[in-house]
Design a protein around this ligand. Sequence first.
Ligand SMILES: [Zn+2]
Length: 109
Amino acid sequence: MLTLTCPYCGIAADETELSPGGQAHLTRFGPGASEEDFESYLFMRENPKGVHIERWRHSNGCGKWFHAARCTATLEVFGTYSAQTTEPPEELRKIISEKRPGWSWGASS
Ligand SMILES: [Zn+2]
């Protein structure tokens, strides 16, 4: 079972307390964007076997959204952090890179 620690209330919540929100850190395109960019924002998602950064909501707890970095193949959780960021914290990126050599933020997994 997947267990994520909510960065707001500190509770280690199992997946029955959480709601998935899909891929994190999507680039949103506004008026004037090309149709290809808007289509990409709406429909195109990464589906890696490996490191994935995701949005989760502590829906049966504090109710807040947060981000989690985990491995989709092993369910290993590298860490969770506030959703009020535009990229994973540097400390977390170091942890992931040490455990998954070759992985880097911004590159497809
Ligand atoms: Zn919480």
